[in-house]
Ligand binder design. Structure first.
Ligand code: ATP
Ligand code: MN
Length: 457
């Protein structure tokens, strides 16, 4: 039976494994030919580190085997675990049999020892997962997905699924991908659904339906935005987590969002130590310290109005000038989180004009009960709000935003039949991966990134 390398290298007491016969399978990272024997570094993706394997020159067909032991080749190796004389690992494997599963041309294989740029690696998304960085990203990503379910399930939230194909545009904005079987779009009534349909930009409105029956729900699924933003923080296809809570106000929303982020950070600090140490060393110096700080300290909190005052007084020239009422740009968000607060900051009570129609109006008549969480290096990671539960206000807002009342008939009926205060937020999963790994570009934290001009693999 095959043993995963993780279970050898991360054994509780590795000395107990000495003398044990094991079979491992994986891809060869490097081979060092020492004439009378060879060292192989084998990686199976179960963990960052490679297992060192010693292949003795006395093994049958040694020369032939050695010629096939090239970087990238796959192999199954059976042998005995021994204490390693090297200082990098406690154990190594002394091979008895080496079976090459798939050879790999040393001349052609693109992933040789030298380090490649992330840009180049995006062009070989079929091999990129075999690099140290991408492997670590994917393991942390998996852990964050698990942590997400753990957090919400522990709090009594139900995991719900909202549609990916939708006939309504959540926020009344553009930026949607059309879904059609027609080659000529002139007559949408002939289309598959008998009307124009799109890929969802958010499951929130449907999430509200479910929260107003189950109390606390969350979605975790793909989200699509056709915005032509060539930034390091936007994808055309990304994953979003959208909790929605009945009987909750903005304060409860903020509490949930902060606890969720801190839970995720603590989870990866505990379960992804080796990968995070790798990121700390090669991607962002000080990452572990930054994450520990996030896990330990409450986030800062400012109102939008306070934030605007801070930005106006900031000893810094912004590209986009700041005045009350503007939509904050990424440079402003990053200044607040990175330089002013030096930690995640929750911004609340934004001007109604720059926020979506469904956000609950504050008593001042100018602002809404919105909250965004801004973090260093990224800017916005979470956007949320208390929802408008008063039907007259909501009808007014729908008209003001130039939306069709008839498109929102069911959304309004939720306010007609047993309306309750409720709130929720959306978190971009890839931005969470950026935040916890220190990676710079969102295209490098999803295995198959979709962005303008790129839908390969
Ligand atoms: P931004 O201003 O950064 O474009 P947004 O305000 O348009 O974001 P929301 O509609 O509030 O985003 O979506 C909720 C969350 O989803 C955001 O806080 C962000 O984490 C994430 N998100 C939004 N758009 C994208 C995208 N194109 N790619 C990846 N994540 C995104
Ligand atoms: Mn937002």
């Amino acid at each position: 039976m095959r043993t995963k390398i993780k279970h050898i290298l991360h054994a509780q007491q590795s000395s107990l494994l000495i003398g044990r016969q094991v079979t491992v399978s994986g891809w060869i990272r490097t081979v060092r030919d020492q004439k009378s024997f060879a060292f192989i570094e084998l990686n199976d993706g179960s963990t960052l580190a490679n297992l060192q394997i010693v292949v003795d020159g006395a093994l049958p067909a040694y020369t032939e085997t050695l010629s096939q032991l090239t970087t990238g080749a796959s192999a199954t190796i059976t042998g005995t675990l021994v204490a390693s004389p090297g200082k990098n690992q406690a154990l190594e494997l002394k091979a008895d049999t080496v079976r090459i599963l798939g050879t790999c041309s040393a001349e052609k294989y693109p992933l040789q020892k030298k380090r490649h740029s992330f840009e180049f690696l995006r062009t070989i998304a079929h091999l990129r997962p075999r690099t140290n960085t991408q492997g670590a990203v994917l393991r942390v990503r998996s852990a964050l997905a698990h942590a997400t379910h753990l957090f919400f399930q522990q709090r009594g939230f139900y995991y719900v699924q909202t549609p990916l194909i939708t006939g309504s545009d959540c926020e009344g904005g553009g930026e949607m991908f059309r879904v059609t079987t027609l080659s000529d779009l002139k007559d949408p009534s002939k289309d598959f659904f008998g009307k124009p349909t799109y890929l969802t930009v958010s499951g929130q409105l449907e999430g509200e339906i479910l929260a107003l029956a189950l109390s606390d729900v969350y979605t975790f699924g793909p989200t699509f935005r056709a915005e032509n933003s060539n930034t390091s923080r936007h994808l055309a296809e990304f994953w979003m987590i959208e909790p929605e809570m009945a009987f909750a106000d903005l304060k409860a929303d903020m509490e949930c969002a902060q606890s969720y982020l801190q839970f995720c950070v603590r989870y990866v600090l505990e379960h992804c130590r080796e990968d995070l140490e790798f990121f700390d060393k090669f991607i962002e110096n000080g990452l572990l310290q930054r994450l520990q700080h996030v896990a330990d300290s409450p986030f800062a909190h400012l109102t939008y109005t306070q934030a605007v005052e801070i930005l106006r007084k900031a000893p810094k020239q912004f590209e986009f000038p700041v005045e009350w009422g503007i939509d904050l740009q990424s440079e402003h968000e990053r200044y607040l989180a990175e330089e002013h607060c030096k930690q995640p900051v929750i911004l609340t009570d934004y001007p109604a004009e720059i926020k979506a129609f469904y956000m609950r109006a504050n008593d001042d008549g100018k602002t809404v009960a919105a909250m965004d969480i801004l973090v260093p290096k990224i800017g916005e990671i979470i956007g949320g709000s208390q929802r408008e539960e008063r039907i007259d206000r909501l009808e007014h807002k729908i008209a003001e935003h130039g939306l069709n009342r008839s498109d929102y008939w069911w959304y309004l009926e939720l306010r007609e039949y047993g309306s309750v205060p409720h709130a929720g937020f959306g978190l971009g999963f890839e931005r969470l991966v950026l935040f916890t790994t220190g990676m710079e570009n969102i295209r490098d934290v999803i295995p198959f990134p979709r962005y303008p001009g790129h839908a390969d693999f």
